[in-house]
Ligand binder design. Structure first.
Ligand SMILES: [Zn+2]
Length: 1017
């Protein structure tokens, strides 16, 4: 010890003698831009996944740290303290699901301080949704809703409007993200990291990482956005990461300590910056200072950045500043340059030759369907909440809104989270659903109980709903009706136009008839429950509800419900007794497949074979098209010696394909009835399907049941194919988040010369609405009921991936094998999924009408609620039909009502969307008009304010602020949008693909359904 002290004394003496001193250094970090220098924008950020390896709450509180040491509370606590320490420091925050959790637990005094940080721009919210949503597998309505929720929070608490899109981690980027979830929010720019490695290489060479992206053909330059792709990932250049355990050398500027390295580190900094300058236009570059769950001890980052800013600026070769993407965007804009134009999208994404991230388009198909089902339910429930009047003491749709919001995260609906996290998302959704279900029941009660004089006699109609109808489980409809009682079915239609749709409910009796509210019998059809349905019904009810279904349902009763726009109709199902007549019995035959079974009465005929189904549509006397449907599975690669990349939760890397053929003597059950014909067909012990052809409809419905996929050591990725002789020349079309259709050409990319290494997975695209192909004589479309991956790998052929069960992790971080199971008392087995595909063949150009309008019906199925009545008691004492619109008014077929929601402040959020693209349909791709007065029948509108897509700013203000960027070459012709809404006429115009958002106030919020509401509130 004595020796050490002596040597330290010597060193100190030497330093003092040499005139070197160690004292407080005031780092000059005042933000400034120096136009003549290279400006390095340091953007401190933390990428906080709203669930992935841990659940959202585990990440927030920092529990389950054996999986990963991550605690978002630490991030926010320490970042705020660091910002308060020095007014020059900046930070951006993105995920409002986390920030909201943190915010509600802060003291008033802390909140005041944080608000100041936000006001001064030290803390900036960007993106601002509850999560950073995925871009391949969410529906655009969910993307809008989850971002709106975050934007409303930011507006309410901070009065701020986010300016920048920040989608740094999602695995590919959609056109809808750019134009809708970007420009229509009033964002001036959008940034992200992940694009195809070949695309990035070319953009680095050409300095085209930064572009003006026009994501919409229809809206063109009116909805474009400055878009920056990072030159590498969303982390700092090598050697500049400063979390406490990181290995980068800190700037050591205390001359009394060893390893003084200021000049060395300044040189490193300059070198890294100059490398980036070589691939970037203008003299502004951005450094992403942070990555996943960083800044848990924020000082370790800010301390180093303070020093770098101070010393590099002193060095003088560069200018460095604390910045944000907004400041960076303004600097790019001020440079007054022209930027390259980018159209369509950034799918699919590959980070290596054999690593196409196209498996996640399908991963966790049951969860994807659950999200989609509840998305449609949430839309309908908000309408009903509005009719009823929002009741803050509950039940409300708020919990469902939150659960759906985080389910859009890029490791949620994408299917790339760990199993326990998937269960957490599903649990939240089901809890949200249960609350919304109560709200829906009470709203329907309120709307139907409008005959006020009878109210006392009917206190509290109990409406039951059946979320498990897809496996024919519905205790309400299965209950045996005792004599004199009947079942009332209320069918609610959340679409803005009248529809007729087949309702299917399981029943326990054969002798049932269906009557409409006026007592007129409606045509119905009784069908047998297939064996496979009975099996999964028994197993899944037990597995998920913990009880066995009462084994009563033996049949499915189907009838056509006719329902007015934004309203409901009521039907009565009654048991006619053992001797009386039931519905016209379906003609059920079981037989061998070789008997040339054909179904379909109209222009569409289905013929069955061992491999699958042949669907033939007669388009004219000389023109008929046949599509053969079949199943197969890809063998997922285990990786090879040369490249260990396996197929997994993210990546699809096939290693051969195996066709599925019927095992043994294939049996068919053929059911023919007055409404539709259907054929039940088993291909093997784990793939079966029912095909349906409806009277007076031109499409075929395929209801597939896939699973449990055998776990025999081989990864299997199950597809169904439709094969025709159509001459499609490598071209097909897939939707972007359920909205615009984008042209795809096999083995081709618009932006670079594609080197093909993976001819299957490299041609896969995400599908949310549908996929179609066309040639000179016909057009074939397939619509889906959830997000799936799909492609056209040969001319005239379409394939969709339905289910996956994998044996390997694909080394992208999740660290778990995608192997979904369902567990029963006797053990666990692979998950079975059930879903629907809809296939239609049209003349070329005729398919879009069906895709658009029927697509809305798929997204928003009729919402069914059930109650019992004695005699005709319910029907006689209730309002049996309802429409919110003025009688006989309907939205035009090219317009959808995306949102009708009463906000907490009493204002009503209304979104209307044109459903067609420019040039898509001769009749519907035109300006549409909506009459608000007829929409809000019985209510007096006192104010209509048009806003941004998330309702957080007035549209006019947003347009005034919008940066107008210059584009290299021609920016295309200008698009004229729907005109301002006249306060007297209250007519909304919509041009193709336009979505308009309004905040509406009413003079009297009570009039909607008469005086009843006043009594109830
Ligand atoms: Zn992430």
């Amino acid at each position: 010890m004595a020796v050490k002290c002596f040597s330290l004394y010597l060193i100190l003496a030497a330093i003092v003698i040499g005139g070197v001193n160690s004292e407080y250094i005031e780092y000059n970090t005042k933000p400034r831009i120096v136009p003549e220098k290279i400006n390095v924008h340091l953007v401190p950020h933390s990428h906080d996944d709203v669930g992935w390896l841990k659940t959202v709450d585990q990440y927030y509180v920092g529990s389950n740290n054996s999986i990963r040491g991550a605690c978002v509370q630490n991030v926010l606590d320490s970042v705020i303290a660091s910002l308060l320490d020095d007014e020059n420091r900046k930070f951006i925050y993105v995920e409002m699901a986390f920030f909201e959790r943190w915010w509600r637990q802060q003291s008033k005094a802390k909140k005041v301080k944080v608000k100041k940080l936000v006001d001064s721009g030290q803390l900036e919210f960007i993106n601002g949704g509850m999560c950073m949503h995925d871009e391949a597998t969410p529906h655009y309505i969910d993307m809008i809703d989850q971002t709106t929720l975050g934007h409303q929070f930011i507006k309410a608490e901070f009065g701020q409007v986010p300016r920048v899109g920040w989608q740094i981690d999602p695995f590919g980027h959609s056109a809808v993200q750019a134009y809708l979830l970007g420009a229509e929010f009033g964002f001036d720019s959008l940034f992200f990291a992940r694009i195809d490695y070949q695309d990035r290489a070319k953009r680095l060479r050409d300095k085209t990482l930064e572009v003006i992206w026009q994501g919409s053909k229809s809206l063109g330059s009116s909805s474009q956005i400055f878009t920056g792709v990072f030159p590498r990932h969303y982390d700092p250049p090598d050697g500049f990461t400063f979390e406490i355990n990181d290995v980068s050398a800190p700037v050591q500027d205390d001359p009394l300590l060893f390893d003084y390295n200021v000049q060395e580190r300044v040189n490193d900094f300059v070198a890294a910056a100059l490398a980036q300058v070589n691939v970037t236009r203008t003299n502004h570059i951005m450094w992403l200072m942070g990555t996943d769950f960083r800044y848990q001890y924020a000082y370790s980052w800010f301390r180093q950045m303070d020093k770098f800013i101070h010393y590099v600026n002193k060095d003088g070769r560069l200018n460095v500043l604390y910045s944000t993407p907004s400041i960076y965007t303004d600097a790019k804009y001020a440079a007054n340059e022209s930027w390259p134009l980018k159209t369509d999208d950034f799918f699919p994404y590959a980070d290596k030759p054999n690593a196409y991230w196209t498996g996640y388009f399908t991963s966790r198909p049951a969860f994807k369907k659950y999200v989609r089902d509840l998305s449609g339910y949430y839309l309908a429930a908000r309408q009903l909440e509005f009719f009823r009047g929002r009741n803050s003491s509950g039940p409300t749709t708020d919990m469902l809104a939150d659960a759906l919001a985080i389910a859009q995260h890029h490791d949620a609906v994408s299917g790339t989270q760990r199993q326990h996290v998937a269960a957490d998302y599903a649990l939240r959704l089901s809890m949200g659903y249960l609350q919304a279900e109560k709200l829906v029941a009470s709203s329907l009660f309120f709307l139907s109980a409008a005959k006020s004089s009878t109210e006392e006699k009917n206190p509290g109609t109990k409406f039951q709903q059946c979320p498990l109808l897809n496996i024919s489980y519905c205790p309400a409809s299965e209950a045996r009706l005792s004599s004199g009682k009947s079942l009332v079915v209320v069918a609610y239609n959340s679409l803005g136009w009248k529809r007729e749709e087949i309702v299917r409910v399981p029943v326990s009796s054969k002798n049932v008839i269906v009557k409409d509210a006026s007592g007129k019998e409606v045509v119905s059809q009784l069908l047998p429950l297939s064996d496979i349905t009975l099996r999964i019904r028994n197993e899944y009810v037990k597995a998920y509800l913990g009880r066995s279904p009462r084994d009563t349902a033996k049949h499915v009763l189907a009838f056509t419900a006719s329902v007015p726009p934004l309203g409901f109709s009521s039907y009565v199902i009654s048991d006619t007794g053992r001797t009386a007549r039931g519905p016209p019995a379906s003609d059920v035959t079981s037989g061998n497949i070789n008997q040339n079974v054909e179904v379909g009465q109209g222009n569409l005929k289905l013929l069955y074979s061992e491999e699958g189904v042949k669907m033939t549509r007669h388009l004219s006397t000389r023109n008929q098209v046949t599509a053969e449907q079949s199943y197969a599975y890809y063998i997922g690669s285990n990786g090879t010696d040369k490249d260990p990349q396996a197929s997994g939760a993210y990546v699809f890397r096939p290693d051969g394909v195996v066709p599925v053929k019927s095992e043994g003597e294939a049996q068919l059950t053929v059911v023919r009835g007055p409404l539709f014909d259907e054929v039940h067909q088993d291909f093997n012990s784990w793939i079966s399907q029912i095909t349906r052809v409806y009277k007076e409809k031109n499409h075929a419905e395929i209801e597939f049941t896939v699973g449990p996929i055998p776990a025999d050591g081989i990864s299997k990725e199950v597809i169904t194919k439709l094969t025709t002789t159509m001459k499609t020349n490598g071209t097909f079309y897939t939707d972007s988040n359920g909205r615009d259709f984008i042209k795809r050409v096999r083995d081709f990319r618009t932006d670079w010369d594609l080197q093909v290494y993976q001819p299957v997975s490299g041609n896969y695209y995400p599908i949310n609405l549908g996929i179609y192909m066309q040639d000179k004589t016909s057009e074939l479309s397939v619509l889906v009921d959830r997000a799936v991956g799909g492609s056209s790998l040969e001319n005239g052929q379409i394939e969709l991936m339905l289910h996956r069960r994998m044996q390997h992790d694909d080394i992208r971080g999740v660290g778990e094998i995608l192997n979904e199971t369902v567990c029963l008392p006797e053990g666990c087995k692979g998950l079975t999924i059930r879903g629907k595909l809809y296939v239609q063949i049209d003349k070329p150009g005729d398919g879009s009408k069906w895709r658009r309008t029927f697509g809305q019906e798929i997204y928003s199925p009729l919402l069914l609620a059930f109650t019992e009545q004695e005699g005709d008691s319910w029907i006689n004492s209730h309002k049996t039909t309802f429409s919110a619109f003025e009688p006989s008014y309907s939205l035009p077929k090219n317009v959808a009502l995306l949102t009708l929601q009463e906000l907490e402040n009493g204002e009503v959020l209304l979104r209307l969307a044109h459903l067609f693209e420019v040039g898509e349909d001769s009749e519907y791709s035109v300006m549409a008009k909506v009459e608000l007065k007829k929409l809000f029948h019985n209510k007096k509108i006192s104010q209509v304010k048009e806003t941004s897509l998330s309702g957080n700013q007035e549209k006019a203000e947003m347009e005034k602020r919008r940066l107008i960027w210059k584009v290299e070459g021609s920016a295309g012709k200008e698009v004229i949008r729907g005109g301002l809404v006249d306060a007297e006429k209250l007519v909304v115009e919509l041009v193709p693909m336009e979505i308009r958002t309004f905040l509406i106030k009413f003079d009297d919020h009570i009039e909607m359904v008469g005086e009843r509401k006043q009594q109830l509130t």
